[in-house]
Design a binder for this molecule. Sequence first.
Ligand SMILES: *Cc1c(COP(=O)(O)O)cnc(C)c1O
Length: 348
Amino acid sequence: MVTTRSRQFASDNYAGICPEAMAAMMAANAGHQRSYGDDPYTQRACDLLRDLFEIDLQAFFVFNGTAANSLAISALCQSYHSVICGELAHVETDECGAPEFFSNGTKMLLASGQDAKIDPLSVEAIVRKRDDIHYPKPRVLSLTQATEVGTVYTPEELAALGHMARKHRLRVHMDGARFANAVASLGVSPKEITWQVGVDVLCFGGAKNGLALGEAVVFFDAQLAEEFDYRCKQAGQLASKMRFLSAPWVTMLENGTWLRHAGHANAMAAELEAGLRAIDGVGFLFPRQANSVFVQLPERAIDSLHQLGWHFYTFIGAGGARLMCSWDTQPEDVAALLADVRQVMAAP
Ligand SMILES: *Cc1c(COP(=O)(O)O)cnc(C)c1O
């Protein structure tokens, strides 16, 4: 289906490829290169990730987030283990059982918390619930940063979760489909919300931040990355022309483009939120901390906005309308949407 508007607020994966990533792909297309990741772009992208996180690490590039999460989780546990994740976690609600599939049956156990951020006490309650052989043994704590509802864990909150995980011998996986937005929102260095607070593996998103495709699976513990290349290959996630996944990462990391785009998307969401707060009758479901705004609107207002050609989801996260900004959202897009929301909310 062709969208009549050039830019939408449906998802950050509606947006196209950013010019920097496109230029990097074009440059990587200049001639022949070694295949399956044995190329200088992939090498350089891994080195740049080491620089960014200020630690030695192992990184792998896969096609999408579902593969990144599922394969990362499968590297952390056995089939008889369980993964503690949030009720709204992408790994639970939006991956069609892929984490369980690639782990050969690992069970997801659902933890709760305010604004989709897992409460450490909820983790402890799940771990303590049973300790017998009949219960799938909790092995992994999976956190999403930024969360599915656009909130962001602070370094302190992550440290408390990391502490709880260590206490109960859980490994920590971070779904960072919007990690860049979280870093931009917090103004921290990436290490402060990953390995320094106990994260073992991060799935660092690229597609939602301007790449065509390609997520980085980043292991801070080299032992956990052992044979991960085989998992990727078996799962159909080893790109033969790997340079087209990794070269855009090189460009994005080299000059801070990844953070600039994420900061821009966050700023557009802040502007959208400010405008919406000035409109009577618009409710807010979650604190806006990254690049999405979750609003409660009357059903007829939602219908009218859809009829006006606006695309947005009403079933992602916890319902309401999710308005998502991207690296390429422009102030005039925000103004246009706000004008239409004002109009439909004022309609008798
Ligand atoms: C988009 C997203 C992913 C990745 O989804 P894919 O469609 O598999 O690339 C993972 N986690 C979260 C929280 C997401 O929003």
